[in-house]
Ligand binder design. Sequence first.
Ligand SMILES: [Zn+2]
Length: 202
Amino acid sequence: MNKELVKLILFGIFYKAFPKEIFLNSEILSIDMTEVKNQLCSMCGKKTMELREEEREVPFFGKVYIFSVTCTSCKYHKADVEVTDKNEPCKYTLEIDGEEDMKIRVIKSSQATVKIPHVITIEPGTAGTGYISNVEGILKRVKHVIETARDSGEDKSARKKAKKLLRKLNNVIWGKEKLKLIIVDPSGNSAIVSEKAKKSKP
Ligand SMILES: [Zn+2]
């Protein structure tokens, strides 16, 4: 098959999974990128690790650096973000109350905790990763965490609760329900880029 065609099909599959997130991130201008290939992977020992450093301009925010390591053999992946105007520890609170809010950009570093009161708190942990996304992307990630917990749980009542939370998150994504999103970052490398978001000290 034609290489370009394969690329298009693959992009189509990916695009379907996170349409808005991909679209939004492609809108964010990449200013500079450095890539180093064929590095030794500390996980599988093969020389297939790729290091990437990218500088991006996020509208109404400023420059954000994205660092990532990806191993093409064992699929190990880790990424983090750093903002230029590194602040003191920060806390952002956003009241999500409509479908429009799904597009609000979010910069989340590997040290940030994502909190949705009465739904979930996702601590960064050692596997914490950093990314640039939007509110919809964050809610989809939260959904994924709840779905994984639901599918691995034996407890009937816990599964029922997970089902209820997933329904709530879907309603929020469709603009039918409100929700509060809080991001707390001791490193100050996170942000919710919107006038609607309240910034405070954690
Ligand atoms: Zn590897």
